[in-house]
Structures are given as C-alpha cells and as structure tokens.
Design a protein around this ligand. Sequence first.
Ligand SMILES: [Fe+2]
Length: 144
Amino acid sequence: MATTSALKQVLADTYALSLKTQNYHWNVTGMHFKTLHVMFEEQYDELAEAVDEIAERIRALGVKTPASFSKFSALTTIKDGNEEASARTMLEDLVVGHEHVIAALLHAKTTAAQNNDDVTEDIMIARLNAHQKTLWMLRATLAN
Ligand SMILES: [Fe+2]
C-alpha cells in the first residue's frame, strides 16, 4: 500500500534523525555545550515520541512496521552523525536532516490525500509543524 510505504520512509528517516540528534546531545563540545546539550535532548525526545506515533499509524493501517537498525538503515538515506564534528557543523547537519524528513513527510501527506486517508494526512501535517519549529530553532542558533 502506497501510504504505508511512504510512512515507513518517514519512520526510518525520523528514527535516524532522532539517533543523530542523540549522538550530538552526547558528543557536542564547546562554549555552548550546555545550551546545545539541553536543546538536542528536547529535540530527540520529540522525535522519539513521533517515531512511536508513526509506527502505530502503520499498524493501524494493518501493516507490520519496520523496527530494527538493519531495516531502518536500509530505508533511510540520512547518514550517521559524526561524533567529532564541531558544534556548528552538528547544527548545520541537523538542519539538513530536518529538511530531509520534511521532504519525506510531504510525499507521505500527498500520498495519503490521494488515498482519502485524512488521519494520516493530519499526522503528517502535525509532523511538518514540529519539524518547521525545530528548524527555526536550529537556524536561529546558527544565526547568533
Ligand atoms: Fe542525556
């Protein structure tokens, strides 16, 4: 089913971005350590909750959900985070990651609309709002 395929892509990308954000929560360094450490924790918490909601939407549509590192890494094109990156590069990398998930969400939203699946469309719109808000915060931090 096209909608669940699109949702699996969103799920894998969201999971990969959550893990990358947690990587940066742990490994960020520099003068802004505390601010970024806390901000990244808020962001991966939000993403981890979203992972559960997206996976359970796939199940509600009657399909088994991917749920392993090997399946997620086969689906996603988001690259692993670099533990050695500077704080600025981490922020820039997260901007790219959120833009990537937004593209997957837009595809899933369109596919859901074509299939008259209002509930999935609504979940995708809520996720777009969350990612756009996080992008604002990441970009505002980079602007300092
Ligand atoms: Fe922590």
